[in-house]
Design a binder for this molecule. Structure first.
Ligand code: ADP
Ligand code: ASP
Ligand code: MG
Length: 453
């Protein structure tokens, strides 16, 4: 069984925590201050993944040159602050050259596989630079290519890790190196069986950290970001949001699944399987403390938090059969499963099924989910209506289905909004409301004021 001895900590730093040299230096101080940190998982520097995604979509030459120049500037702002820039600049130049070639290919024949290959360069560059920052601070630090252990399927843009292979590879390749030095690796990226680079979906570095934490039986996983913990809602929307000091896996996992961006939706699954506590804190202000996510909390409150998931699409499928038929649901879900479409919200009427689809996490966006092949398959059974530009606001709590008056109050507070769909009852612990995207912030502010302030 794979274990790091003594039980150790995996520390993950998000984009803002490795945005520039000063941020990297602060993050390096966090790593060096805690001797239990053996493995560091990094995101790309802030903004880099977005630039790479744009390049992977195939840009006009002048736009391409602009983006390439911006990328180069981000890397060289860091390199120029190193004591010995030449140690690393050749490797970064090679990666920047690869990016340029791949971006040119993307203008001729873009593909999801090419996109993942291109996008992976953000994490490759930040991890090389961070390793150098640690070494210049006299740490024994090594760079580790996460793709050599993170085997995934070939679902480019939102690949699923293969756990048994991952655990075996970690034991064989990563564990021995952790015994010698602090290892710095990339979040977000993996490799399929054919050797192609894959990505775990936007924000996927959190997931990498807990997956590796699970494989190593880590004592804790620390997620360092730009906010001092998990709050009752996104503090950017409701500045009076309060930090939650302790939260259970199931509550935080529910928040993440319903859009609390502070954690990738799948982050807590590996941690839950092995009961590994996950700490969330700000790399800019470690004294501010943070949130500890663990097995249970005392007296879980009725209302815990509000989450919002943007870029939602409502599909309404009207059966072509005039008579209500029990096979309609079966046909539709068979097609959805065949096209790997995950549905977490559904309501039905006699002849119509309404589904909310989420495209937030696929690196390649909405088109990845709503393919022509899907529409063709559906259209032989139903008329398809698509409504985009929606957002899902979710109240996460405990035993909400046992509470009286929740719906009455929530709907009264949201009376000025056009509610497009509601889901309540399937889960005891959340109430989901789909509404126009431009109403989401105001709905969250209103609900937050009423429920938490
Ligand atoms: P990183 O790049 O470090 O992974 P992210 O931008 O992915 O950081 O996540 C941090 C952001 O998550 C915060 O800046 C905040 O705006 C947002 N966020 C959304 N919901 C919450 C919440 N409930 N608590 C804290 N932050 C939240
Ligand atoms: N760099 C990737 C993104 O921006 C993964 C991550 O940061 O977690 O989505
Ligand atoms: Mg993130």
């Amino acid at each position: 069984m794979t274990r790091i001895y003594p039980p150790s900590v995996v520390a993950k730093f998000g984009g803002t925590s490795v945005a520039d040299f000063d941020a990297m230096n602060r993050s390096a101080s966090i790593v060096l201050a805690d001797h239990d940190v053996r493995l560091v998982v990094l995101s790309a520097s802030a903004g880099v993944t977005n630039l790479l995604v744009e390049l992977s979509e195939g840009l006009e030459t002048h736009q391409q040159l602009d983006k390439l120049e911006t990328l180069r500037a981000i890397q060289y702002n860091i390199i120029s602050r190193l004591k010995q820039p030449s140690v690393i600049s050749t490797e970064i130049d090679n990666l920047l050259n690869n990016i340029r070639h791949l971006a040119q290919t993307a203008t001729i024949s873009p593909s999801d596989a090419l996109s993942d290959e291109l996008v992976s360069h953000g994490e490759l560059m930040s991890s090389l630079l961070f390793t150098e920052v640690l070494r210049e601070r006299h740490a024994e630090a090594g760079w580790f290519d996460a793709r050599s252990v993170m085997r995934t399927n070939s679902n480019f843009g939102c690949a699923e890790p293969e756990l048994s292979t991952l655990h075996h590879q970690v034991e064989t390749h990563l564990l021995p190196r952790l015994e010698q030095a602090i290892m710095v690796t990339q979040g977000f990226i993996g490799r399929d069986a054919a050797g192609h680079t894959t990505t775990l979906g936007r924000g996927g570095s959190d997931y990498t950290a807990t997956l590796l934490g699970e494989a190593l039986h880590a004592a804790r996983v620390d997620i360092w970001t730009d906010v001092a913990g998990i709050y009752t809602t996104d503090p950017r929307i409701a500045p009076r949001a309060k930090r939650i000091d302790h939260i259970s896996f199931s509550e935080a996992s529910n928040m993440a699944a319903y859009g609390a961006k502070v954690l990738h939706p799948a982050t807590l699954l590996p941690a839950m399987r092995k009961s590994i506590p996950v700490f969330v804190g700000s790399s800019k202000d470690i004294a501010a403390g943070g949130t500890l996510v663990h097995n249970t909390t005392d007296n879980p409150p009725r209302y815990r938090a509000l989450a919002v998931r943007r870029k939602q699409t409502l599909l309404r499928l009207h059966s072509l059969d005039t008579q209500p038929s029990c096979s309609f649901l079966a046909q539709v879900f068979t097609i959805l499963s065949h096209h790997a479409v995950t549905v977490d919200l559904v309501t039905t009427s006699e002849n119509c099924i309404a589904l909310a689809l989420d495209a937030t996490h696929a690196t390649s966006g909405e088109d990845h989910v709503l393919t022509t092949a899907l529409f063709t398959a559906l259209s032989s059974h139903c008329r398809v209506e698509v409504e985009t530009g929606l957002a899902l606001v979710t109240l996460v709590g405990n035993q909400l289905t046992q509470a009286t008056g929740v719906c009455k109050d929530v709907f009264a507070w949201l009376e000025e909004h056009t509610v497009r769909m509601i889901c309540h009852g399937a889960s005891n612990d959340n109430l989901c409301i789909l509404l126009p995207a431009d109403a989401a912030d105001s709905a969250v502010k209103t609900l937050h004021y009423r429920l938490f302030e």
